[in-house]
Design a protein around this ligand. Structure first.
Ligand SMILES: NC(=O)c1ccc[n+]([C@@H]2O[C@H](COP(=O)([O-])OP(=O)(O)OC[C@H]3O[C@@H](n4cnc5c(N)ncnc54)[C@H](O)[C@@H]3O)[C@@H](O)[C@H]2O)c1
Length: 304
């Protein structure tokens, strides 16, 4: 199994390459990034670091090295420090993705691509349209919001994080939809009171505000390397339970021609199934609001 990471010198790309190598999930990892010196630095260091535990072969490369690839992680982005507004961020990253998808198309057809670049709902939609690959190959990365819901539930209830299960669908952003109706503890449904729900939402909001106020160019590389490596492991071995992915929708969850976070089962050919959960009426309404918001941004950006 061959994996390539485009944007591999960055805060997400480099730790993710390291952790996937450390877990010995794939045979080959090709690192691609215009920041050649830093890229080489990571590759030289990482190769020695994982020798004891891994057979993964790590190399730096160019787009032509995408030949024979099974999975691409796309975390290329313009420097966060250069971003002055959400619009500038979107415009700059769409321009970057136009070039990157143009290069990818020259060397790969219909393989699995994990889109990490933010705003991920819009970028995944754009990559899907630009590449023209089957929709089950398009896996937008949206796992961290579910981790934060479980973390916040653990914090507010004191319940063991490892025994909690719960997902967050919708937009990766303000219009996220924590599925409180579907939370389980030790595999059994867990009733969430209004107080716990409010405290959980507040904990997520406070964490996000505090993290953003650090105003550092660094994103969440540590969490991403864990959750992205889990996602790649699911692709290689097949999911044992649903994971949220920003996915092109064609009627699922009553939305179409849009990419939003929904529960999916993964396997070597990409998304095997979009899992239809019996979510509450309120969650369905929140999901629709998320879709309307993302649709507005897509239209404003002239993509639809
Ligand atoms: N979806 C999610 O849950 C999630 C979570 C965290 C971060 N992100 C997003 O992931 C992206 C990457 O984050 P990061 O912290 O690694 O950023 P970063 O700035 O550290 O890394 C981006 C990398 O992309 C490279 N790059 C720039 N132009 C390129 C091009 N044309 N081709 C290939 N590579 C190119 C840069 O050299 C850099 O190494 C950002 O958009 C960030 O907002 C998404």
């Amino acid at each position: 199994m061959k994996l390539a990471i485009v944007g591999a010198a960055g805060s997400i790309g480099a730790p993710t390459a390291f952790y996937i190598a450390q877990r010995n999930i794939v045979d080959k990892i090709v690192l691609i990034d215009p920041n050649q010196k830093l890229l080489k630095n990571h590759a030289m260091d990482m190769t020695q670091a994982v020798l004891e535990v891994s057979d993964s072969e790590i190399s730096t490369g160019d787009y032509k090295d995408l030949a024979g690839v099974d999975i691409i992680i796309l975390s290329a982005a313009q420097p966060a420090a250069a971003v002055t507004s959400r619009n500038a961020w979107l415009k700059g990253n769409l321009e970057l993705l136009r070039d990157v998808t143009g290069e990818i198309k020259k060397h790969v057809r219909d393989k699995v691509i994990i889109v990490v670049t933010n705003p991920v709902d819009i970028c995944t939609y754009y990559v899907y349209k630009q590449l023209g690959w089957s929709r089950n190959k398009i896996v937008g990365f949206n796992v961290n919001d579910s981790v934060r819901v479980r973390w916040a539930l653990h914090k507010t209830t004191g319940l063991d994080y490892k025994k909690l299960d719960g997902l967050c669908i919708g937009e990766h952003g303000m219009y996220q939809v924590p599925l409180f109706s579907q939370v389980t503890y030790e595999g059994k449904p867990l009733a969430i009171t209004d107080e716990v729900r409010a405290a959980t939402n507040k904990a997520i909001h406070d964490w996000t505000t505090e993290f953003l106020e650090l105003a550092d160019a660094r994103t969440t590389g540590w969490l991403c390397c864990i959750t992205l490596s889990d996602l790649v492991a699911d692709l290689v071995k097949g999911s044992s339970k649903p994971i949220v992915s920003t996915t092109p929708l064609e009627g699922e969850y009553r939305e179409r021609d849009i990419c939003l976070g929904v529960p999916v089962m993964l396997g070597p050919t990409g998304i095997q199934e979009i899992v239809s959960l019996p979510i509450s009426a309120e969650e369905r309404m929140q999901f629709h609001e998320a879709a309307e918001n993302v649709r507005r941004v897509i239209r404003d950006a002239g993509l639809q």
